[in-house]
Design a protein around this ligand. Structure first.
Ligand SMILES: NC(=O)c1ccc[n+]([C@@H]2O[C@H](COP(=O)([O-])OP(=O)(O)OC[C@H]3O[C@@H](n4cnc5c(N)ncnc54)[C@H](OP(=O)(O)O)[C@@H]3O)[C@@H](O)[C@H]2O)c1
Length: 407
């Protein structure tokens, strides 16, 4: 029986999980691929670390050793950082290998180049593990986009932020205490900036945007806000209104305008992301034929991520035509220009009783209001009133009563 030869770049959580899964699921892989899968080589950085790797696998710190293997069908990349990873993957494609990556930062920056290069070399690119860990969101979107017109993708894409918000609400912790709990549980890095400032979710949103809408917004124009400004008081106020803070990446098209945001929003309990708690991730896809689909599951971890990578292995080995890039729709939600339609907002720090622009629909407590307004109006309100903080409410707000109507 012929063999599929694989090299793994990186032997950390993801690389090792994938290696072990190839062994534990060898029979299933052989059945689906009709060939045995063998790990030929593993690239690592630190030669001194003890690793549980079979002696017939080449373990090296030199990428050239990988490229010089006599047979190299698939290169699986599970390294951190975007350089030199991108160069490694370019070389792997040029050599004629399929590639699979778990590295969202690298793929957000260079995914398009790699996809185009792969097309010219007639190989496939798997990147399921770059977004929402074990949740098969990439495959689901690929499948859905055959005919459906995707209108919006919304997701909780960073388990660390979701864990912190959940801990703050359930255990009444401050942000700092909840972050410490995330670090103690191994859910947050010593430097948590990437997660809590929204960079990680931003990279994933860019990858989803390219897949769902065949384009990305100008990165500088994307509103990216993390969760560091969320206080226990805000969470408590939201709770009294039946709302929960969720850090949500949202990608949608208004007519021809692509709109992407990564920010804390408030959701009511009718929203599919309301019940997504702890380190879980979830993605909600709206499309014209099927309506709404929500996928929920583990967004990280050794075996959930290995599941995504192993499914990619099957995908790239089948080298289906759609891996060469499919056309997704550009005819989506016909709506007013972004920022020009009214939404509901929670406003805090607004000390006045009235306002001549914003429609206040509920007065919660001193300085705290629910308003119905356009985003541009909210920006203007905060420019004119130092200390005003506002958050969008997704879905219907079940307000108690309309207090003031001052438009
Ligand atoms: N962890 C997750 O649950 C998860 C989920 C989805 C996606 N990802 C993504 O998957 C990638 C890997 O994550 P991870 O958690 O597995 O990381 P990790 O545990 O820190 O492991 C990284 C591995 O890469 C190796 N490495 C780093 N730089 C290298 C270089 N320049 N050349 C060769 N090897 C290098 C390290 O080698 P040494 O062992 O020698 O130090 C280590 O084996 C990241 O891009 C991450 O964002 C992770």
């Amino acid at each position: 029986m012929s063999v599929i030869k694989v090299a793994i770049l990186g032997f950390g959580t993801v690389g090792e999980g994938f290696y072990r899964t190839i062994q534990s699921h060898a029979e299933e892989l052989k059945a689906v691929l009709g060939k045995k899968v063998e790990v030929a080589a593993i690239l690592i950085k630190n030669k001194q670390k003890e690793r549980d790797i079979s002696s017939d696998v080449l373990v090296t710190t030199e990428f050239e050793d990988i490229l010089n293997l006599p047979q190299l069908d698939v290169v699986v990349e599970a390294i951190v950082d975007k350089d030199p990873t991108y160069i490694y993957l370019r070389k792997a494609i040029e050599r004629g290998s399929h590639i699979i990556t778990a590295n969202k930062e690298m793929f957000a920056h260079y995914g398009q180049e790699l996809l185009e290069l792969a097309k010219t070399h007639h190989v496939s690119v798997g990147y399921e593990a770059t977004v929402a860990g074990g949740i098969p969101v990439i495959q689901t979107l690929r499948q859905l986009l055959n005919v459906n017109r995707v209108q919006q993708v919304q997701g909780i894409l960073n388990g660390t932020s979701n864990f912190i918000l959940t801990e703050m609400r359930e255990k009444k912790l401050s942000f700092t205490e909840a972050l410490r709990a995330a670090q103690e549980n191994g859910y947050a890095e010593a430097d948590p900036t990437n997660d809590v400032e929204g960079f990680d979710a931003f990279y994933k949103a860019m990858i989803l945007s390219r897949l769902a809408f065949s384009e990305e917004p100008n990165w500088d124009a994307v509103e990216r806000t993390g969760i560091t400004s969320i206080t226990s008081e805000l969470i408590e106020t939201a709770g009294r209104l039946g709302l929960r803070f969720k850090h949500i990446a949202s990608i949608k098209k208004f007519g021809k305008q692509l709109k992407v945001s990564v920010e804390p929003v408030l959701v009511g309990n009718e929203h599919p992301l309301y019940h997504v708690e702890g380190v879980q991730n979830a993605v909600n896809i709206s499309s014209d034929i099927v309506g709404q689909i929500t996928l929920q599951g583990p967004g990280a971890g050794m075996f959930p991520t290995a599941s995504a990578v192993i499914e990619d292995l099957v995908y790239v080995c089948q080298n289906r035509p759609d891996s060469e890039g499919f056309q997704s729709t550009s005819d989506t939600i016909a709506s007013p220009e972004e920022g020009q339609h009214e939404e509901n907002w929670l406003i805090t720090g607004f000390k006045h009783a009235t306002n001549d622009v914003i429609k206040m629909i509920d007065h919660i407590e001193d300085g705290t209001w629910i308003a119905k307004a356009k985003k541009e109006e909210m920006k203007e309100l905060s420019r004119q009133n130092l200390g005003v903080v506002y958050f969008p409410i997704i879905g219907e707000y079940e307000g108690r009563h309309i207090l003031t109507r001052l438009a």
